[in-house]
Design a protein around this ligand. Sequence first.
Ligand SMILES: NC(=O)c1ccc[n+]([C@@H]2O[C@H](COP(=O)([O-])OP(=O)(O)OC[C@H]3O[C@@H](n4cnc5c(N)ncnc54)[C@H](OP(=O)(O)O)[C@@H]3O)[C@@H](O)[C@H]2O)c1
Length: 279
Amino acid sequence: MGNKIVLLGAKGMLGSEVRSLYGEENIKAFDLPEFDIADLAQLKNAVDKADVVINCAAYTDVEKAESQYDLAYKVNAEAVENLAKIAADKNFYVIHISTDFVFDGNKDSFYDETDIPRPINAYGRSKFEGELLLMENHQNCGIIRVQWTYGKNGNNFISKLISLSKQRDSLKVVDDQFGSPTWTQEAAKVIHIFAENRHCGLFHYSAAGFASRYEVAKFVFEKMHLKTEIIPCKTDEFKSAAARPANSRFCCHKIQPLLDKPIEMWQKPLERFLETIRQ
Ligand SMILES: NC(=O)c1ccc[n+]([C@@H]2O[C@H](COP(=O)([O-])OP(=O)(O)OC[C@H]3O[C@@H](n4cnc5c(N)ncnc54)[C@H](OP(=O)(O)O)[C@@H]3O)[C@@H](O)[C@H]2O)c1
């Protein structure tokens, strides 16, 4: 591997999968607390001499972003603009990760890359600003939007379900939010393909098919033989600072031809993931 690959956000749920896919010796990894992407000097230093920069760093606390928009903007937009300007100057390739939260979720079919974003909350706004600032300042980049990701090193819907099942006899899960649970291990392989081939542009990536969160919970509890009862409910029964999109479904027709295999239905990778945490 001749290229110098720099990974930002290396300890996060997705970043840690990218790091283990490459192997520690093949990648230069950065994250809080030693590295702050919002610190321009630290950022310049981290990406100096990079051939490829993979940006998995992000302010991801969707609830807190409503009251901490300035910080969310600094990390998700301003720092991405800085990264873009450095990349344009040094001419390295950037892979940047974005989100379904750039959409309001009101479309009644799959979102593709031509759909106009209308962010549903503060986190989504900060991420959309980041996309715009990156594309405006640097075209040698691939932006991959992902949705409903889960993995071993993160707080996510699947891990929350499993930990709550140990504390409760019954659990209410919304049946009016739809998406496709997507394993970070699969997303990391997509990032690797992009880094190798330097694909440019905006892309949607998720597992194939879709389900409601309630259906996903039923699937997980059945596979894990968990006895907790799951009760379907509606999004408006939960009080939250940030709105959540009802529809997070992605059309992946643009990215599929760039990949080395057909994107699997969500159930298959999820079963493999559950196998890894069953012990
Ligand atoms: N999780 C999802 O369902 C989901 C869905 C759609 C898109 N995404 C996108 O996927 C990408 C990866 O997110 P993830 O799921 O892996 O979330 P994550 O686990 O929260 O990872 C983000 C990483 O960035 C780090 N970070 C935060 N602020 C930073 C800063 N100022 N400087 C340097 N690093 C900083 C975090 O450190 P701390 O943990 O210490 O804050 C964390 O290690 C993000 O772009 C996110 O927007 C995620």
